[in-house]
Design a protein around this ligand. Structure first.
Ligand SMILES: Cc1ncc(COP(=O)(O)O)c(C=O)c1O
Length: 356
């Protein structure tokens, strides 16, 4: 606390990111990064741009990147917004669209940054409980509100909504923005991008951090009708007109163009996810059906926080989230097959030694 802080700063509860350990020999399954490196074409483009042009500001409109992202899904660049990680895109969207006096709606178990943005921008919100089996029930999102935010697949559950359910949500709230956070959509869920032209209230947010293995480059993006994109640009240009540096713009553009690398690394993660879920079930864990690059799991006879600590002692880190509905669970990023095997063998070991 400091007397120099504005009153708002005293009230903030900032987001606590997952650990980024200094030790390099840990098996890191805690922040849903890709276990595979980025597209070699992206790395090559970044190296090629590492030159004297860095003295110049980047393109404030990131037109080449927006054009490449739009072309991939049949949309012009006027339907695309980019920012410094999807966290920044989300923050701008909260500020641009959700201050209408009524509460913003989002699930009680979801990405915890949504609460943080509501605090930062003083937005009233109401959390909508997931069902007992951790599903989003669309009918619960009816009634007066400032907008709706749903992660699809949801985090940390990994459970996805169908396109029909997203459409239903858009039709429940035709006068409010419905933001679908698709950070994990490439791992097997249906993207709502195909609905953009039909629904002026739809904003779809995605990221390069997961399926494109570029968490360190910090690039996120949104698709929406031009009037929504213009709203985001008005916020961006009142905050930081150059959110994406030159290296990020060229690296991300090259990554979008490397469809073969993208498809193969996503397929590898999906295959490893199936094996990981089966391995956990054999050890007595309950595993939710995941369409993301992580699984959400709990063991009926074990304390999740203790399991996380015991794994850490064996140089494996997974994510344990406190909170009434999440304390019993572990969120485990899908690693390489070898990493998943090491995790399963460590758990086997822990479960055996605990039962002695
Ligand atoms: C649901 C969800 N949305 C958005 C993000 C933010 O991703 P980034 O800022 O790296 O694009 C994350 C990060 O883990 C996430 O889990």
């Amino acid at each position: 606390m400091s007397r120099f802080w504005s009153p708002l700063v005293h009230k903030l509860t900032p987001y606590v990111p997952g650990e980024q350990p200094k030790m390099t020999d840990l098996i890191k399954l805690n922040t849903n990064e890709s276990p595979y490196g980025p597209s070699p074409r992206a790395l090559e483009a970044i190296r090629a741009a590492d030159n004297d042009t860095l003295r110049l500001y980047p393109d404030p409109e990131a037109l080449a990147l927006r054009t490449a992202l739009g072309a991939r899904v049949g949309l012009g660049p006027e339907y695309v917004f980019v920012g410094n990680g999807s966290d920044e895109v989300l923050a701008h969207a909260f500020q641009a669209f959700f201050a209408h006096g009524e509460p913003l709606l989002f699930p009680d178990v979801t990405y915890s940054f949504y609460h943080v943005y509501c605090g930062l921008y003083s937005l009233p919100f109401r959390t909508v409980p997931l069902t007992d089996d951790m599903q989003v029930n669309i009918a619960d999102y009816a009634g007066p509100c400032s907008g709706v935010v749903v992660a699809n697949p949801n985090a940390p559950t990994g459970i996805a909504l169908s396109l029909a359910e997203v459409r239903q949500l858009l039709e429940l709230q035709p006068d409010r923005v419905v933001l679908i956070d698709e950070a994990y959509v490439d791992f097997g869920a249906e993207s709502a991008v195909s609905l953009i032209k039909d629904y002026p209230n739809l904003l779809v947010v995605q990221t390069f951090s997961k399926s494109r293995a570029l968490a360190g480059l910090r690039v996120g993006f949104a698709f929406g009708q031009p009037e929504l994109i213009e709203g985001l640009v008005r916020i961006k240009d009142s905050f930081n007109s150059y959110p994406l540096d030159r290296l990020a713009q060229v690296g991300a553009t090259a990554a979008v163009e490397d469809e073969a690398w993208f498809a193969s690394s996503v397929q590898k993660v999906i295959a490893s996810r199936t094996a990981l879920a089966e391995g956990l079930q054999k050890l007595g864990f309950d595993v939710l059906p995941s369409k993301a690059n992580f699984v959400y799991t709990w063991h009926p006879n074990r304390n999740a926080a203790e399991l996380a600590t015991q794994l850490r002692e064996r140089a494996i880190i997974v994510r344990h989230l406190r909170g009434e509905r999440t304390a019993a669970w572990l969120r485990i990023t899908v690693g390489t097959d070898q990493q998943c095997e090491k995790l399963l063998s460590a758990l086997r070991d822990i479960l055996c030694s605990n039962s002695l």
